[in-house]
Design a protein around this ligand. Structure first.
Ligand code: NDP
Length: 249
């Protein structure tokens, strides 16, 4: 079978890096779009093509798609993973903050979907990395939560819009995974960790997860591999929790 092509935004660090690794191991041509290359070349050599990308820009996604198609002649999977969280109470949310988190987490996914769908053929799929924050609110987190609720709506709507083209659109909703981004965000005095990120994460898993632990980036990546595969050919318009049973549905 011919090699498939995947584009992964934010595939250089954190959960995205786990996704990159999984798709490399599954034999895909992998294109990563992010602002920094990090150590992708040292880790994966020519198995991963890095393309400088700011997901807030519509044109950056079109460039990513064009590069992938110019080199491989196809686009099978597009994964909108780039994003960040920052806890802030409502009185500290200003225009600048709100514009940037929406531009990155939500508009970034819109532009990614739009660019991917302009090129994707029957059998293609889009995967949006959302969060269980897209399904339930939490204090001092309204901006991030709003972007992820909106992303889940984007996923459901586009799945209905492009299903007749044989293209599937799904979301993956992880819970706390101790990436650099999360550890940094948890330093905020407004977040739930109160200065003890590692302690908070350990306790959260024990107290809230059915499995008494939290998922890993590799487990989120495994869900992405499933959603990109023929094994999930009847699965679309879903936002699937990968949360060790924190939020039963
Ligand atoms: P990290 O902060 O560790 O990584 C964020 C990634 O997004 C980096 O690769 C970064 O690359 C990229 N990125 C951020 N802004 C931009 C931008 N403007 N343009 C291009 N790339 C950008 O975060 P995580 O791995 O923790 O999170 C990844 C995704 O998973 C996010 O969407 C997050 O909301 C979601 N998630 C995370 C959870 C967690 O607990 N960690 C739980 C639930 C969901 P660079 O800086 O080089 O551009």
């Amino acid at each position: 079978m011919n090699m498939k092509t995947v584009v992964i935004t934010g595939g250089n660090r954190g959960i995205g890096l786990s996704i990159t690794e999984a798709f490399v191991n599954a034999g895909y041509w992998v294109f990563v779009g992010a602002r920094n290359e990090s150590d992708l070349e040292a880790k994966f050599g020519d198995k991963v093509t890095f393309i400088p990308t700011d997901v807030r820009n519509d044109s950056a996604h079109r460039h990513l798609v064009k590069q992938a198609i110019d080199v491989t002649g196809r686009l099978d999977v597009y994964i909108n993973n780039a994003g960040y969280s920052e806890w802030r109470p409502i009185e500290e949310i200003d225009d600048l903050f709100l514009d940037d988190i929406i531009a990155t987490n939500l508009k970034g996914a819109f532009w990614g979907c739009k660019a991917a769908l302009s090129a994707m053929k029957e059998g293609g799929c889009i995967i949006n990395i959302s969060s269980i924050a897209g399904k339930r609110g939490s204090p001092n987190n309204s901006a991030y939560v709003a972007t992820k609720f909106a992303m889940n709506g984007l996923t459901q709507s586009l799945a209905k819009e492009v299903g007749s083209r044989g293209i599937r659109v799904n979301g993956v909703c992880p819970v706390l995974i101790p990436t650099d981004g999360l550890i940094e965000a948890l330093k905020s005095p407004h977040g739930p960790a109160k200065g003890d990120g590692a302690g908070f994460i350990a306790k959260f898993g024990l107290e809230n997860a059915a499995l008494k632990r939290l998922p890993t980036g590799a487990e989120v990546a495994a869900m992405c591999i499933f959603l990109a595969s023929e094994s999930s050919s009847a699965v679309t318009a879903q936002n699937i929790n990968v949360d060790c049973g924190v939020f039963p549905q």
